[in-house]
Design a protein around this ligand. Structure first.
Ligand SMILES: *Cc1c(COP(=O)(O)O)cnc(C)c1O
Length: 360
């Protein structure tokens, strides 16, 4: 059986280093907000080419904390792609703001820059882009419009660690929100997240907000929450970050095998020199997606669907988007299939997947 992803296999190359880090933290007796978090924050900020990175509990919290600290008036509108993972939209709703869905570009699966301006109203406060599947959004238009209309840019980078647009890192265009959930390209062994920013005050406020609104122990300046990255996860993340380039190269190599080997019946991801893709997910589209998934499973190949139900059709979102229709999101969700592309997936496994796919 070729697995979609086996997290034990993906992490095995780092076991010795993880164990070393774990022992050190265990011996130190310091488990929350210590040197290990501080070091990782510095390393990660350098990686994203931003002055500040602040560790938080998970990716959803990274988005929520960014919005909370921006402190928009309730009911303000946040533009967000209609085909994103539900967490992006949850962050907006959790802050009592209004998500305004923008359809993606069917070629890139990312927010269609041509559809942003028409959605901007007096209530619009931010564009929340999502660098989905590990491909950066077209950021020229996004940043130009943000400047023109005085909007904040928040980047959901949960799938895009190291992905670039025109040589610039995702998470360095606006406010970056990262997840370190185990399956992500930079994944820890539990939950974790980070916010990146170039604004010193904003960084300070996120730091306070994640820790009860307190900078100095037992003195509270704002009404904060507890959303901290812990020492052990930060330690594991420092290990993984050192190897992230190797992880990315491996995924890019597997993606290039798919690109070269798959027959033309499958719609494969767009490749373009302006985009450095990190392939958190390698998807193809096919009108008979469900049949294809079943065919692959019969041939001992496991796949995933990212995602089976678009946000506007989720039960939780009933009544939120009224009668609006999002045919491009619907089309992507009905036809997309994700193929194995993890750090633990081998080239020969990918060649096997290609061989079976081409018989479909
Ligand atoms: C994983 C993910 C999140 C949420 O991250 P968690 O760490 O699981 O909270 C948010 N947005 C996108 C696009 C994701 O893929």
């Amino acid at each position: 059986m070729i697995e979609y992803e086996n997290l034990r296999k993906s992490n095995e190359p780092f076991y010795a280093e993880y164990q070393n880090i774990f022992s050190g933290i265990l011996e130190s007796g310091w488990f929350v907000l210590g040197n290990s978090v501080k070091n990782f924050e510095e390393e990660f900020a350098r990686f994203v080419t931003m002055p500040h990175a602040i560790g938080v509990a998970n990716g959803l919290d990274a988005l929520i904390l960014a919005l909370r600290v921006l402190n928009f008036e309730a009911g303000s509108e946040i533009l967000v792609p209609s085909n994103t993972y539900i967490a992006t939209i949850l962050s907006i709703l959790q802050c009592r703001l209004k998500p305004v869905l923008i359809e993606p570009d069917i070629q890139t699966y990312n927010i269609n820059p041509q559809k942003i301006e028409e959605a901007i109203t007096k209530k619009t406060k931010a564009i929340m882009v999502v660098h989905l599947y590990g491909k950066a959004c077209e950021m020229d238009t996004v940043t130009t419009l943000a400047r023109k209309y005085h909007l904040e840019v928040i980047e959901d980078c949960a799938q895009s660690h190291g992905a670039m647009f025109k040589g610039k890192m995702t998470g360095s265009f606006g406010i970056g929100a990262f997840s370190f959930y185990p399956t992500k390209n930079l994944g820890c062994l539990g939950d974790g997240g980070a916010v990146t920013t170039s604004d010193e005050d904003f960084a300070r406020n996120i730091r306070m907000y994640r820790n009860y609104g307190s900078e100095k122990k037992y003195y509270n300046e704002t009404i904060g929450v507890n959303s901290r990255l812990d020492e052990i996860q930060a330690g594991f993340l420092s290990v993984k970050l050192k190897h992230l380039q190797r992880i990315t190269e491996h995924k890019r190599k597997l993606a290039s095998l798919y690109q070269q080997g798959l027959k033309e019946d499958f719609i494969t991801p767009q490749v373009h020199p302006d985009y450095f893709d990190v392939f958190h997910i390698y998807n193809v589209r096919h009108p008979k997606r469900d049949g294809l998934k079943e065919f692959l499973l019969k041939n001992e190949i496991k796949t995933e669907i990212h995602y089976p139900v678009p946000p506007h059709k989720q039960k939780a979102m009933e009544g939120i988007f009224g009668k609006q229709e999002f045919p491009i999101a619907d089309e992507i969700h009905a036809t997309t299939l994700s193929l194995p592309i993890s750090f633990g997936t081998t080239e020969s496994e990918v060649l096997k997947v290609i061989e079976v796919m081409n018989k479909f």
